[in-house]
Design a protein around this ligand. Structure first.
Ligand code: NAD
Ligand code: IPM
Ligand code: MN
Length: 359
């Protein structure tokens, strides 16, 4: 039966990179490797401009009715003056909470061809293969109370609340532990348990849950140290499990280990296996509209979609191999350019991946 994919291009470079990922899907469809139906809808600033709402009801309904969602990116300076509740980012957060996408997988894998693109020494990053499992529907992103209030003195106070229930912690730890058992069997849980009670509970629940996984090696690290260790010796990590805010920050840091944030895909999954797939980077307003953005993170997100929501792991592997072949050919977008390589634009990179699929 045909699988329904909702395509949400979003803002900034979103439409440019999503167009290349759609090319890949259409090429696979044309040769009969997959059977998908693509539908499009608006989210983020594009939806605000059309409907006055960053997540129109019909977009959420269409997302719920689909097997998977492919998202580009949202946001940009144009919408920064809006109140938080109308901002493009609120559309993305509404999709995550509306679909219950609590488990965010952010694999940071260094393609050996990109060693020269990393800002770190080759011996520090070569062979890097780490997975950040980020909790995505809780924490300070969604905690109440929140807002800006005026005190009796007339002074304003801004507040947000970091909050996690035991069951929320346990279910994301189980996702991380299950995956770890299929790879290096090593999980580092990242928290700030020396200061924040919420993450003290996180550490306690993680430790208790790990008892169900014989052979699993669970360690704990404070987030400030983890940020430092990711740059000092990233290969010490196999799987990192952490909360929403820490995971956001650490995954941008991990992205740079792979050469560019333009290389990191992600999968956001709910308990039913439904997923939303997007690059971890944003709408890159500084390069939007110029046809130079790297589409590989989005194309690799399609691979994750095929693996996690569409039951086609062998086709996912074909995409990953095609990306590797294109890098072998020396093609590079500006963000991963190094000496002796050939600079290409967004569309040329997408075309090259499509060509490599059948090569
Ligand atoms: P960003 O990730 O958009 O950009 C950071 C830097 O990385 C920029 O210099 C950009 O040019 C570069 N970059 C990002 N993706 C790239 C790609 N594919 N190829 C080449 N270079 C790339 O982060 P930002 O500038 O902090 O945020 C811009 C906007 O995006 C904000 O409105 C932010 O809220 C939003 N944002 C959205 C998402 C999302 O939709 N998932 C994620 C992060 C940020
Ligand atoms: C990401 C982004 C989002 C986040 C923003 C745009 C809401 O930074 O997907 O990493 O903070 O989760
Ligand atoms: Mn982020």
């Amino acid at each position: 039966m045909s699988k329904k994919i909702l395509v949400l291009a979003g803002d900034g470079i979103g439409p440019e990179i999503v167009a290349e990922a759609v090319k890949v899907l259409k090429a696979l469809q044309a040769e009969g490797a997959i059977d998908v139906t693509l539908e499009e809808a608006l989210v983020g600033g594009a939806a605000y401009d059309a409907y006055g709402d960053p997540l129109p009801e019909e977009t959420l309904t269409a997302a719920k009715a689909s097997d998977a969602v492919l998202l580009g990116a949202v946001g940009g300076p144009k919408w920064e003056p809006l109140p938080i509740s109308k901002r493009p980012e609120k559309g993305l957060l509404g999709l995550r909470s509306g679909l219950g996408l609590f488990a965010n997988l952010r694999p940071a894998v260094l393609y050996p061809q990109l060693i020269a693109a990393s800002t770190l020494k080759p011996e520090i990053v070569s062979g890097l293969d780490l997975l950040i499992v980020r909790e995505l529907t809780g924490d300070i992103y969604f905690g109440q109370p929140r807002g800006v209030e005026t005190l009796p003195s007339g002074e304003r106070r801004g507040l947000n609340t970091m909050v996690y229930t035991e069951s929320e912690i346990e279910r994301i730890c189980r996702v991380a532990f299950d995956i770890a058992m299929q790879r290096g069997k090593k999980v580092c849980s990242v928290d700030k348990a020396n200061v924040l009670e919420c993450t003290e509970l996180w550490r306690e629940v993680a430790t208790k849950t790990a008892a169900d996984y014989p052979g699993l090696q669970l360690s704990h690290m404070y987030v400030d140290n983890a940020a430092m260790q990711l740059v000092r010796a990233p290969k010490q990590f196999d799987v990192i499990v952490t909360g929403n805010l820490f995971g956001d920050i650490l995954s941008d840091c991990a992205a740079m280990l792979t050469g560019s944030i333009g290389m990191l895909p992600s999968a956001s999954l709910n308990a039913q296996g439904q997923g939303m797939y997007e690059p971890i980077h944003g709408s890159a307003p500084d390069i939007a509209g110029r046809g130079i953005a790297n589409p590989l993170a989005t194309i690799l997100s399609v691979a994750l979609m095929l693996r996690h929501s569409l039951g086609a792991p062998e086709v996912a592997e074909r995409i990953e191999t095609a990306v590797s072949k294109v890098l072998d050919q020396g093609l590079r977008t500006a963000d991963i350019l190094s000496e002796g390589m050939r600079r290409v634009g967004t569309a040329e990179m997408g075309d090259a991946v499509v060509a490599a699929l059948s090569a």
